[in-house]
Design a protein around this ligand. Structure first.
Ligand code: SAH
Ligand code: SF4
Ligand code: F3S
Length: 479
């Protein structure tokens, strides 16, 4: 199991079972102990920090040792079937701990909890608590209910909850890079996607609390924040759907303005964000990136497919041409901007010709990085109700392998283009392989590994790039 946490993957990454640990451990060892394991996207990891904070108030310290835990929580993901299967397998491993400690309380949080609701209690006998993404403030009550011998469920979704006032306990992040959630839920209803069902309606968080959290992180030594939302471009504060001020005494804010406000916290605080939506990404946002050195030159812009008819079936709200125009706008407005994407292969009815359009779009755009998946049908989604999941598994797999190979070549070429250049790197800490080497990212989000010398964690250094693989740049520190 992986214990360290790299913090720059977009809202895509299907991360597996990482144990998050809070820095402060009670010296007297009297506190109740929480073992918290997280799966899924950055949003889930960010939510786990909110959960740790709510439970710290209730007397829980986090532990990495499940054997000493009083409470085991798993924050789960439903995005693809295999994400759920992984959690189910993990639950069978917990059986043993529950036998050893019958008092142990086991809870399922997050998207699987929301999707399956109380059925989870029937399907997984060792589970005591089921709590959806908007129910975390209720966890102390749910735990007390279990104390009286019952099972406890809260899967109510909210139209308002943003946990704005909760200062998340930063778990295990190395103290340099942090996630800051700016909005929750999603209203887009892409036909393949379960997120609108598991996360509920879209709502934006008060910008004052976002900026205050970023100031606080900076004062604690953090040097990078990643603003999180399923579709950051639809961030809006104090504006009705008709474009009128909800509260006339307060200013309205869109995403470009929020990004600028966070960039103003300090020129030494790097700002990233995820995820942009091609149908909504405006030039205003691109201009904020271009005009602020500390807003990173990196955009994650999921395309899903390169074919307009497939995009229509996916209900994505844009065409191939529209997407390519947005890519042109990025290159026009931000010189040297890295772009990554998400792609699904084998969506309902995808023909070979439609798949070839995805390949040709990849060739045209030359993404720096891509997260690629086989389509996995999700219950209750529009696609499940309207279309047949008719592309054979074998073809889905073949198409996936083809685009992964193509992307690996593109990622390598993108990194090779950086060899010989000098890159500004924010030092995150020792590299995975050796204590003698440090690693960090450049503005384009490429991981750079270099000899440690006198560099300090959290500082910005200049590194001359001397070599690369498709995933990493190698270089030498310049004095
Ligand atoms: N809000 C982001 C993505 C969130 S989900 C966006 O709109 O782009 C992350 C990624 O998982 C998606 O971009 C998509 O590529 C993939 N994904 C979502 N549902 C999927 C499904 N049913 N099968 C396969 N991949 C899926
Ligand atoms: Fe899912 Fe689409 Fe919302 Fe992204 S924008 S979370 S893919 S519904
Ligand atoms: Fe994230 Fe997975 Fe839920 S990707 S929003 S944890 S379904």
């Amino acid at each position: 199991m992986q214990h360290d946490k790299t913090s720059n993957e977009p809202l895509t990454e299907d991360r597996q079972g990482e144990v998050l640990l809070q820095n402060t451990i009670d010296p007297n060892n009297t506190q109740k102990k929480l073992y918290l394991e997280s799966y899924g996207c950055q949003m889930n990891f960010s939510d786990s920090e909110v959960v740790a904070s709510i439970l710290a108030q209730d007397g829980y310290a986090t532990t990495r040792n499940i054997a000493e835990a009083d409470l085991v929580l798993i924050n789960t993901c439903s995005i693809r079937d295999n994400a759920e299967q992984r959690v189910r397998n993990r639950l069978t491993e917990f059986q043993h701990h529950k036998q050893q400690n019958p008092e142990l309380v086991v809870g399922i949080l997050g998207c699987m909890a929301e999707r399956l609701k109380k059925n989870l209690l029937e399907e997984e006998k060792l589970v005591d608590i089921v709590a959806g993404p908007d129910a975390y403030r209720d966890l102390p009550n749910l735990i007390s209910e279990v104390g009286t011998g019952q099972k406890a469920v809260n899967v109510l979704l909210s139209r308002e909850e943003t946990y704005a006032d909760i200062s998340p306990v930063r778990l295990d992040q190395g103290g340099i890079s942090a996630f800051v959630t700016i909005m929750r839920g999603c209203d887009n209803m892409c036909s393949f996607c379960v997120v609108p069902f598991t996360r509920g309606r879209e709502r934006s968080r008060d910008p004052k609390s976002i900026v205050a959290e970023c100031h606080d992180l900076f004062n604690k030594g953090y040097r990078e924040v990643t603003l999180l939302g399923q579709n950051v471009d639809s961030y809006r504060w104090n504006l009705s759907s008709k474009g009128e001020l909800k509260n006339p005494t307060e200013e309205a804010m869109n995403f470009a303005q929020l990004l600028q406000a966070v960039a103003n916290v300090s020129p030494l605080l790097r700002v990233r964000f995820s995820t942009s939506h091609p149908k909504d990404m405006t030039d205003d946002v691109l201009e904020v990136i271009a005009s602020n050195h500390n807003v990173c030159n990196y955009i994650h812009l999921p395309v899903q497919s390169g074919n307009t008819a497939v995009l229509f079936r996916m209900n994505r709200g844009y065409t191939r041409e529209w997407y390519l125009e947005r890519i042109e706008a990025i290159h026009r407005i931000i010189p040297d901007c890295a772009i990554s994407t998400d792609i699904i292969t084998g969506f309902c009815g995808e023909t070979d010709a439609e798949h070839r359009d995805t390949v040709s779009l990849m060739e045209k755009v030359q993404f720096d990085y891509a997260y690629m998946f086989k389509y996995s049908e999700r219950p209750k989604t529009l696609a499940e109700r309207k279309f047949e999941d008719d592309v054979p598994e074998e073809i889905k797999g073949k198409r996936l392998t083809e685009i992964i190979e193509l992307q690996t070549a593109h990622s390598l070429a993108a990194n090779e283009r950086q060899v010989g250049t000098i890159q500004e790197v924010l030092v995150e800490g020792p590299s995975k392989r050796s204590e003698l080497q440090f690693c960090g990212r450049n503005s384009r989000n490429s991981m750079v590994v270099f000899d440690r010398k006198q560099a300090e964690k959290g500082s910005y250094v200049q590194v001359k790039i001397t070599g690369c693989t498709s995933a990493t740049l190698f270089g030498e520190l310049i004095d």
